[in-house]
Design a protein around this ligand. Sequence first.
Ligand code: NAP
Length: 331
Amino acid sequence: MEYRKLGDSDLTISVITFGAWAAGGWMWGGTERSEAVKAIQESYHVGVTSIDTAPIYGQGLSEEIVGEAIKGFPRDKVQILTKYGMRWDLAKGDFAMHSKDNSGRDIDIYKYAGKESIIEECENSLKRLGTDYIDLYQIHWHDKTTPIDETMEAVTRLIEQGKVRYAGVCNYSAELMREAAKTINLVSNQVPYSMVKRDIEAETVPYCIEHNKAILAYSPLERGLLTGKMKPGHEFAQDDHRASLYFFKDENLKRVDAFLDKIKPMADDKQATVGQLVLRWTVEQPGITIALVGARDATQALQNAASMDIKLSAEEIGQITEELNKLELVK
Ligand SMILES: NC(=O)c1ccc[n+]([C@@H]2O[C@H](COP(=O)([O-])OP(=O)(O)OC[C@H]3O[C@@H](n4cnc5c(N)ncnc54)[C@H](OP(=O)(O)O)[C@@H]3O)[C@@H](O)[C@H]2O)c1
């Protein structure tokens, strides 16, 4: 495994960080708790020391699973990344979406990052995670009903109290990062980035490079698409959010498959899967610090971790990018 430091912090995390959204089941058609615990534990043993989770993932379940998985590990050898600002248990702030929890009950989700709410959320996360500090605490989505300085002041208090080590954000534009930087030292931004979703290259990446902020790329396999396992006609489980995303339209599955076929010989030469090649390409892109990769079970997780065993020369990265630039998806 390889490790990289986040911005100007002392926080070093594994380049493949375990993403625990699917582990919580919610929006992913359910979860198998013991498989998820095992996936996190086996990842740790091959050097995946950092885990990204959030209270909203399974409405607390993902954090509980992470807590259970890391119980026997030395706390200072694990890095816990979690989030705040998405409430399903408090109707306040900016309404985000209507959903159903894992047991099929209706829930309304709000983006809310008011001061008291963050302090309360942090206590709840610490309990579920079974720890007394969080390594990286990130706002999940911008809450337009709360001034950013109020939010960041609350996180500053948590840092002073030793409950949080570093502050990060998710899904922030460069403009929002600039605003937050007036109140707090942000070390990272967690944003969507994959071979087929590269919007951040326009503004966020240049901003983060210039200001030495880490980028945590989320959904780098585009939620399984870039492993090449889904074929036209693929059927998702009930409540799996992927069923409604344009990436998984039959025409796009065909186009992605054709692209993956082009890079497969290079993967074969390296005795790697195309998914592993995709992950290595991703973390070699300018400004990309970490790939947050989700996994359902230990087999997937170990395969993802092993992507760091393969190396790509600048020329090989160029060849992949050249093929990729010919790929266009329909929306
Ligand atoms: N801050 C945010 O707003 C935000 C948003 C999204 C994600 N994230 C973070 O980023 C993490 C990763 O993103 P993601 O889970 O959305 O997408 P991802 O990492 O691109 O895809 C993960 C999914 O792909 C499939 N998969 C993974 N490894 C595989 C392998 N080796 N072989 C075959 N299939 C494999 C699994 O689903 P199946 O087996 O069901 O296909 C898995 O759940 C999340 O867990 C979360 O921590 C954050």
